[in-house]
Design a protein around this ligand. Sequence first.
Ligand SMILES: *Cc1c(COP(=O)(O)O)cnc(C)c1O
Length: 395
Amino acid sequence: MRIYADNAATTKPSRAAIDAMLPFLEEEYGNPSSLYSLGQRAKEALERAREEVAAVIHANPKEIVFTSGGSEADNQAILSAAETGRKAGKRHIISTAFEHHAVLHTLSKLEKDGFDVTLLDVHENGVVRADELEAAIRGDTCLVTVMSANNEIGTIQPIRELGAICKERGVTFHTDAVQAVGHLPVDVDADNIDLLSASAHKFHGVKGTGFLYVRNGVRLSNLIEGGAQERGKRAGTENVPGIVAMAAALKESAGRMDKDAERMRVLRDRLIAGLREIPHSALNGDAAQRLPGNVNFCFEGIEGEALLLHLDDRGICASSGSACTSGSLDPSHVLLAIGRVHDVAHGSLRLSIGEDATEEEIDYIIRNVREVVEYLRGFSPVWRDLTAGKAQFIL
Ligand SMILES: *Cc1c(COP(=O)(O)O)cnc(C)c1O
């Protein structure tokens, strides 16, 4: 059996996305800026895609800027709002400790540049509190940026409430909605969102394409200088095949979202219940306020990397919070933000199931995670100390 349970990292491009993009690779390869009909047909496809994407999030097509993905959209949104703030003498930004690095690293850059950044607590359940945002807003706050749903632990944030507070206080509100768009309903007006980032490869589009929603009236500065594409806000010949695929993928995902979510929540909760039976384990993040496909656990006495490699041998693609494979021994900043200690955070496992997951697959995952955790604990010195009473169990 081969089970892909890493949909938070990327998703399989849908048939609809591939079918939509193929003509723009094979015949309709014109440059949308060219005046002859081959170019103009590409331009029309681009604008149709813009309308389709905008409709899904209840935006105006003029408010959509196509980007190379979620990271670029995050960078552009935050740097733009900071630039507007700087001009008004406002240099305070509010965010959270468990944002994606595309947000956190951009904020670090701004801090070095004289901005003051407040990171809200995300508490043990991985959810920010609206009253704490309210209290953190100052006269010089120019931006609040809070992700819609966390990519590691899947917790969904109270975006509508946070947006309402920002609107009332006249502060620009950005949300990294990369894990939400195509999976949860998003309405930029009802949710009071000024800037929103999304990425196609997280909802069955292709990699290297995304978009930034920019509310009419919110100023955007350029990351990339050059041509007049995207109304002068994002230079460079548009990725027409990728954008067309993104629109097709999003339309499809949005159309089946409710039904998919209902099914996935049942499977997710079955997986959570099965993994909870492993001794000295804990679910990370709120059990209810989480993405329909996200399961994230810590298992005491093991290393997440070893667990992943053994699961791979058994045909399961999953992910771990810590990043030893990328040369760093730091545990996940997300798990630390919800209060997990280093040792526990190292033994983490994220399973993000897809829309086509089956009960049989869930049971296969449960059985195999149980077996591998037990096997790894069998020769873990940390586990030996814990069971011998030389160290204290935390979970
Ligand atoms: C994947 C992801 C990103 C980055 O998107 P890319 O298109 O890969 O650049 C940003 N934020 C979140 C929450 C993500 O999950």
